[in-house]
Design a protein around this ligand. Structure first.
Ligand code: PLP
Length: 399
């Protein structure tokens, strides 16, 4: 009889978002007129920018005429998009060859597929709280996981001296869910650690576009030495509203080798075997993001999300509640007041002020007692949610 991948049996139920939806629906059934404010979701609310829409339309027209029609494209990405992305890095002072850029259908897909490059015997280090897919993708492939908890004392940032013996290192900056951002010195320490051990860093830069402090790195390749130890996984989901359109890219430098094997070349082989690439239409839309006009337009949308984050940050500042994120990230990670657990605080917000956030416990055990708010909602809902939160917490303080 066929043997299935029994590691699927080791997965824990991914109950976080299902449980949030269940609790919210139950409340809504009992209070059908209540106006709920959803401050938990990681999805964006603003549409694609006009430059992208116009490029998508143009690409559809191309596909309508024999002279401009495109069939299969190169599996690793259309040259025009790989070149546009490499040039975008170049403008930030990071020199990449287009052959080091791989177009993908998004970071989630890539975070799963890229594990093909590594033996299941190499352990994965996952600093927590973390995006839940890191753990699940490694459980599915039977890899040992070293959980690295972070905490308030360390600003929810992982330090390499706590890394243990893992050889596949996940770093996410700006972080989901904490919004914490790694500075150059910390990233350099991780790069040095990885090079010394022969480890590989999977750097998840899905939220790099939210960084506004010029001293903070957007890419791990801004750090000397990263070309021999890092893979960067990026997404246009939050940068440019592609959550439902699907497009991302991955950078693997030519110098990245382990045991005499070149990881970029292995990834070319992987993609040409397991993928026929991303659609021409989407790649045309994606290329528009990297034009001057596209960059200007996406910055407008990012500004709106950041102003939501600023409203959340100033509310928590006034209340004297400790948090990370919000300044160079679309997430705020706050300590639950009054020593409440994550789910108890979730229930309180739902019941008392009809605001829905995300319990921190869903991102790893060390997230218990913490709570995530997202800045991707509308500005009015954000202001209303924060006004309700402020009133509730002041009332709790008086009782
Ligand atoms: N990485 C992180 C840290 C995320 O938060 C997300 C989505 O929320 C992703 C990757 C997945 O992004 P994509 O939409 O490109 O699959």
């Amino acid at each position: 009889m066929l043997i299935p991948n029994t590691h699927y049996g080791e997965l824990k139920d991914s109950y976080l978002f299902a449980r949030i939806a269940e609790k919210t629906a139950a409340y809504q059934r009992e209070h059908p007129d209540a106006r709920m404010l959803r401050m938990g979701i990681g999805d964006v609310s603003r549409p694609l920018c006009p430059a992208v829409i116009s490029a998508l339309h143009g690409a559809v027209e191309d596909q309508a005429r024999a002279e401009t029609f495109h069939g299969y494209l190169p599996e690793c990405g259309a040259p025009f998009l790989r070149e546009a992305i490499a040039a975008h890095y170049g403008r930030r002072g990071v020199s990449l060859s287009p052959e080091e850029v791989f177009v993908s259908s998004g970071a989630s897909d890539e975070l799963g597929h890229i594990l093909d490059l590594f033996s299941p015997e190499s352990a994965a280090l996952i600093p927590e709280p973390a995006y839940p897919a890191y753990v699940d993708a490694n459980v599915m492939s039977g890899r040992r996981i070293v959980h690295l908890p972070t905490d308030r004392a360390g600003g929810f940032l992982p330090e390499p001296d706590m890394a243990g013996d893992a050889d596949l290192i996940y770093l996410c900056s700006p972080n989901n869910p904490t919004g914490a951002v790694m500075d150059r010195a910390l990233l350099r320490a991780w790069v040095d650690h990885a090079n010394a051990r022969g480890a590989v860093i999977l750097f998840d830069a899905a939220y790099e576009a939210f960084i506004e402090d010029p001293a903070l790195p957007h890419s791990i390749f801004e750090i000397d030495g990263a070309r021999t130890c890092a893979i960067e996984i990026c997404s246009l989901s939050k940068t440019a509203g592609f959550t439902g359109t699907r497009l991302g890219y991955t950078v693997i430098p030519k110098e990245l080798e382990r045991r005499g094997m070149n990881l970029r070349d292995m990834w070319v082989r992987n993609r040409t075997t397991k993928s026929n690439g991303v659609s021409y239409i989407l790649q045309k839309g994606g290329a528009a993001v990297f034009t001057e006009e596209g960059q200007r337009q996406i910055r407008e949308t990012l500004k709106l999300y950041k102003s939501n984050a600023a409203v959340m940050g100033s509310t928590l500042d006034r209340l004297g509640i400790w948090y990370t994120g919000g300044k160079n990230a679309p997430y705020i990670w706050m300590e639950c007041p009054g020593g409440l657990g994550s789910w108890a605080f979730f229930d309180l917000l739902l019941r008392e002020i009809r605001v829905i956030g995300t319990p921190g416990e869903g991102f790893g055990r060390c997230g218990e007692g913490w709570f995530r708010f997202s800045a991707f909602g509308g500005p009015e809902d954000t202001r209303e949610a924060m006004a309700r939160l402020e009133e509730l917490i002041r009332r709790m303080g008086r009782e």
